[in-house]
Design a protein around this ligand. Sequence first.
Ligand code: PEP
Ligand code: MG
Length: 574
Amino acid sequence: MQRLSGTPASSGVARGPWARVEAPHEPETRTIAPAQAEAERVRLTAAAERAAAELEAIGERVAAEGHPEEGAIFEAQAQMARDPALAALAEQVIDERHVDAVGAVLEAGRELAQQLREVGDELLAARAADVADVALRIARRAAGVPDPGLPRLDHPTIIVAEDLPPSVTATLRRDRLLGFALESGSATAHAAILARAYGIPAVVGVQGLLAALTPGDLAIDGSTGDVFVEPDAATVAELERRAEQSRRADVQARSEASLPATTRDGIEITLLANIGTPEEAARAVALGAQGVGLFRTEFLFMERPTEPTEDEQAAAYREAVEAFSPYPVTIRLLDVGGDKPIPYLPMAPEANPFLGVRALRLAATRPGIFLAQLRAAMRAAVAGPVKVMAPMVADAGDAATLLSLAEEARAELQARGEPFAPVGLGVMLEIPGAILVGDSYFARLAFASLGTNDLLQYTLAVDRGNPDLARYQDSLHPALLRLVREAVERADRAGIELSVCGEMAGDAAAALALVGIGIRKLSMAAGSLAAVRRAVRGVDESRVREEALAALGDASAAAVRARFQALVGGRDGG
Ligand code: PEP
Ligand code: MG
């Protein structure tokens, strides 16, 4: 057995035989005599029509399987295959450069893609990749080359590849698809997104995967990123146990999704989801999320060569807003810099990246990024309620920056005549000082949300990613609870909403502590909703309030945890 590790991209466990999918290559091109030009034109037209029909069929099938938005990608590609501009350009290449239909359509695809890139509109530039993809499909049809190595999937199979273009992913028979393991790619790669939409496990970015393959079975765990080549009996047993556990938990969670998260003495808690891509919305809705408390927009910006356009962002935000409406979606402005670099946003190296030019602090030099995000959010707000929050706000000055950026974005949309709707504006409380001076700016905002992951690291001076500091990394530390209580009091005084969107909110024991301190909105990974809902329904608010008061005087996170762990599962005896 060999164990490899990649990025978890779509949760679940799969084990079985694997099949490798090769990326389609360009077929060979021939030069022709002028007399053959007409025959090549006929070949071109037939190939384009065949490619269009294939793409249409893929789109229809994907849509019929319940994924209309993914289906629309292929419908758009089918239209490109029938685009008269592509045909005219290819015919011109046949006539003028004396190449066959294969070479002509490839050349025409390249030229058209280049033209799209040069228009200066980033949305059109994004279409360039699609044009090249479509031209390649037509060329392959003209050459009569079958799609390479596309496995027939006679039996349930794990698909392995360097990377997978979306059209190939959608061509695979879903009922025989156990999962994906890709050598390259990220959690935001097309294949990963489709895998999440389909609900099948996927692991991406598995270095050394293709070289490690043997004829034996493969096993993947899409929740941990583990990949096992020829898993041994003990590993298989463990994976089967995990699979069974997650199947049962999922069935149970969905059946309880519509139950209110209300304590036994009638205090209602709102449970929200943290998402990173709009594709995660459907599952969060199914698991009973009453909105999105944190949409981490970094995923839209990473793993791509250029910044996403305002239009692309508006479409992504709108997708999430439509999935949740009438519940609100809270979009967090870009939280990069420091330890999360983006290749096209070059930044000077810093000695202390976590204390450096992170998040909203980038607005001083690059306000355009945040303005585009705000405009996109305001446009998406036409489809349902939207809130926007700024990460890493330190004080009233930062809050003022957010408000003035929002005003500028609003004015620009108005000047353009673009439809938009107002958004609620708020801040993330991740810096202790920002809470302590909350009275000086909370009242100007609609809400605040506690980012307890960073708040803990800045409160205890503990790098959140350093495994050697595990002793300090429990968010139930009394120091953190005291800061949360400060935030609750100041938010109440200012009359603004307060939620928690750090991982703490999805930890059942910690969630009870937060309710005890006065938090009424908890935002977490969709997978945690069921456990937190159950914990909330099992306690009296009066009891957790008492425990929270006592916990503020505890000496350690372990002591606090022991108190609230005892209450998880309704074991409070009251
Ligand atoms: C946090 O810091 O608690 C938070 C939710 O933001 P992130 O984990 O994305 O830094
Ligand atoms: Mg944070």
